[in-house]
Write a protein that binds this ligand. Structure first.
Ligand code: GEK
Length: 247
């Protein structure tokens, strides 16, 4: 059973060689602690996902949580859901994550079904959707595949449906990039990560987590067909976007 308070110490000791970051058993076991201590505003974003779901989920529709990890966004969506006869589809391509997510979610009872699927989010069908959440997962997708994924989401959304995308960002302006990155470093230090942990984690994420600017994201939403999109929340270099499909 998952222990949501188990501390992330994956990079606390010196690693001889830093392997590319993977969502394997070792990460799954500490995931709630890792994401809380690394992503400023994570909890507020989950609360916002709940609020937006309450407003925008439609009866007889699908709600998607793409890159669900342990299902935190699915849970918050389910708690806030007012729409009738809708279901949540939670997708992740890490076997370890999906298996733990299933166990984890069993602890919470609800009549709203959550269907867990182990799949690449670039390969699945999106249909009859009213809410699609991609919470800190687009950044792990090959940049060449990102346009196709967002286009697919747009096509699969019902009129009036929404897409929520949360991402780590970078900034074109070097002075701004340095200042905000420094604030994020301070956030991690304040949350107990050592210099060794921070630098080893950074190496392991290189070429795995590929950030874009806010404008790149907004342009992609527009090109996919979303007329209405904006950042609705930002903490340092972590932001969440809302895109609404016209009715
Ligand atoms: C949360 N949304 O707690 N297809 C499916 N899943 C993928 C893919 C892919 N191509 N690439 C990566 N993943 C969650 C947090 S974590 C964010 C999401 C982070 C999955 C990967 O296995 C992992 O579970 C998740 O995306 C990213 O609200 O760790 O920073």
């Amino acid at each position: 059973m998952i222990n949501p308070t188990k501390k992330d110490q994956i990079y606390a000791e010196t690693h001889e060689a830093i392997a590319a970051f993977q969502f394997d058993e070792s990460v799954v076991a500490v995931f709630p602690d890792m994401i809380q201590r690394s992503v400023p505003g994570y909890q507020t974003i989950l609360t916002g996902i709940g609020e937006l779901t309450r407003e925008y989920a439609q009866d007889y529709s699908n709600l998607y949580d793409l890159g669900c990890s342990l299902g935190a966004a699915s849970l918050t969506m389910r708690r806030s859901l007012k729409a009738k006869n809708s279901q949540i589809i939670a997708v992740d391509n890490s076997e370890a994550m999906i298996e733990r997510a299933k166990e984890y979610i069993q602890a919470y009872h609800s009549k709203v079904p959550i269907a867990f699927k182990k799949a690449d989010i670039c390969d699945i069908r999106i249909e009859n959707a009213s809410v699609v959440v991609i919470n800190f997962t687009l950044q792990f997708i090959d940049p060449k595949q990102r346009d196709a994924l967002i286009n697919k989401v747009y096509r699969g959304l019902k009129p009036g449906g929404i897409l929520i995308v949360s991402e780590k960002l970078h900034f074109d302006n070097k002075a701004v990039q340095d200042a905000i990155e420094h604030m994020h470093l301070q956030f991690k230090r304040a949350n107990g990560y050592s210099e060794l942990e921070i630098s080893q984690k950074r190496s392991s994420l290189e070429n795995v987590l590929i950030t874009e600017t806010d404008q790149q994201h907004l342009n992609r939403f527009q090109q996919a067909g979303f007329i209405n999109s904006s950042i609705w929340f930002q903490a340092y270099n972590f932001a969440s976007f809302l895109a609404i499909k016209q009715r």
